[in-house]
Design a protein around this ligand. Structure first.
Ligand SMILES: *Cc1c(COP(=O)(O)O)cnc(C)c1O
Length: 410
């Protein structure tokens, strides 16, 4: 699909997703874990457009949600509700009751107080459910097993020492089946080691819980699997699976995965148009029509996104999309947005082919935490989202109008 044609029809800036790519990423994860009973719960907060959720649900994905709003999205997308896990440290009673009524698969539990509240709400509403106690991976099981001093809790998860006490106290509660242990490493980085090490740390806990009669049958390994923001820098789904599947198989554990960016990041680009070029000191700035309100990752995380003009023939695109690329016929520029903030940039000191006013520019790997973090800052209408399927495309979210900007203020 020629993306310039999309820009012609819907304007810029615009997010464009490839259906084939995110379904391929999902399939690779599904294939990698066939040897054990695995539920893949795509993390909606990475990219929650309902049309994309529908495609993923149809392809067999469950969902990881972090709010009542995401539950609503999942339901509207026709999700299999039994394949929904609900994470987050601050679930409100209203959100919990909505999820209980929906019959979701599992609540990820971040604290004792939260578990107590879930049990209470189940009882008052005549519901049963499952919990996945989130055990904090930063704490080594061996190191803390015999520690007598107090162990600290973090905002996320529960330390291992406390886990056994929580099972002793709550496992027999009659409403919430505590059969899952959960861990989410945040961002797993560029190797499989943190995942393998954590599974190794958690298995003795699983055995200890089982030896006391607590039936643990599932490990939820969370998300955070690498996505290729640069080319070929992160493990594949098969690499991760090779590390953890044998361990889980030997321990007779089922698996839940909560991938977000590894499915959707590289399925999305943002197209933006070059407005102006200006020099200041020895720097050249390319000012484009997308801003940090459309894509905040460079500003928020100093994230690298490969940037390339669409008019430069596809066979001139370098094989490797990497930071620090040196090539002939390029110019070192800062690519910046129109917003009144110094942090409104997409690339600094980046070598890209010379851009002129009107040139279309593709910002790569923006599918995850791109549109979901976009805002109306500077009263900029939110840009549209487009889904490409083969050689066809359709708008899956319209561009906002000025009227949309104020319609909730009436
Ligand atoms: C954000 C999040 C994910 C997804 O993380 P990715 O890095 O996008 O894979 C999965 N599980 C939980 C609990 C999360 O908070």
């Amino acid at each position: 699909m020629d993306v310039a044609e999309i820009a012609d029809q819907v304007g810029t800036p615009v997010y464009i997703y490839s259906r084939a790519t995110f379904l391929d990423h999902l399939k690779k994860i599904q294939d990698a874990y066939v040897d054990i009973d695995t539920t893949i719960c795509y993390s909606i907060k990475a990219c929650g457009n309902i049309h994309i959720l529908k495609e993923l649900a149809e392809a067999g994905s469950g969902f990881d949600i972090v709010s009542g709003g995401e539950l609503y999205r999942a339901r509207q997308a026709g999700a299999d509700l039994s394949k929904i896990v609900f994470a987050g440290v601050g679930k409100t009673d209203r959100e919990i009751i909505e999820a209980l009524d929906a019959g979701i698969g599992c609540f990820n539990i971040e604290s004792e107080a939260e578990l107590e509240n879930l049990i209470k709400l189940c009882k008052t509403h005549g519901k049963t459910t499952k919990s996945a106690l989130r055990v904090n991976p930063d704490i080594s099981y061996d190191a803390h097993k015999h520690t007598t001093t107090g162990v600290k809790e973090t905002k996320f998860g529960i330390d291992i020492e406390r886990t056994m006490k929580i099972y002793d106290r709550y496992a027999d509660n009659g409403a919430v089946e505590m059969s899952v242990i959960h861990v989410h490493l945040g961002s797993g980085g560029k190797t499989i080691d943190p995942y393998v090490n954590y599974v190794k740390k958690i298995l003795p806990l699983v055995e200890e819980l089982r030896s006391k009669g607590y039936a643990i049958d599932t490990l939820d390994l969370g998300g955070g699997y690498g996505a290729d923001y640069e080319t070929a820098t992160v493990p594949s789904a098969a690499d991760y699976a090779a590390g953890v599947v044998p361990l889980l198989k030997a321990a007779n554990l089922k698996l839940i995965l909560e991938p977000g960016k590894s499915i959707i990041a590289n399925a999305g680009i943002m197209l933006t148009s070059t407005l102006f070029k200006k020099s200041s000191g020895n720097k050249t700035f390319v000012i484009v029509d997308a801003g940090m309100n459309d894509l905040i990752r460079p500003c928020l995380y100093e994230a690298f996104h490969f940037i390339w003009p669409t008019r430069v023939s596809a066979n001139l695109v370098p094989e490797k999309r990497i930071n620090g690329l040196e090539m002939e016929n390029t110019e070192k520029v800062d690519v910046v947005g129109p917003i009144c903030e110094g942090t409104d940039y997409f690339a600094k000191n980046r070598a890209i082919p010379k851009l002129e006013r009107g040139d279309l520019v593709a910002v790569f790997s923006v599918g995850a935490y791109g549109y979901t973090m976009a805002s109306n800052y500077n009263a900029r209408p939110m840009c549209p989202e487009v889904l490409v399927d083969g050689d066809q495309f359709r708008v899956i979210r319209k561009r906002q109008t000025y009227e949309d900007l104020i319609k909730m203020e009436k």
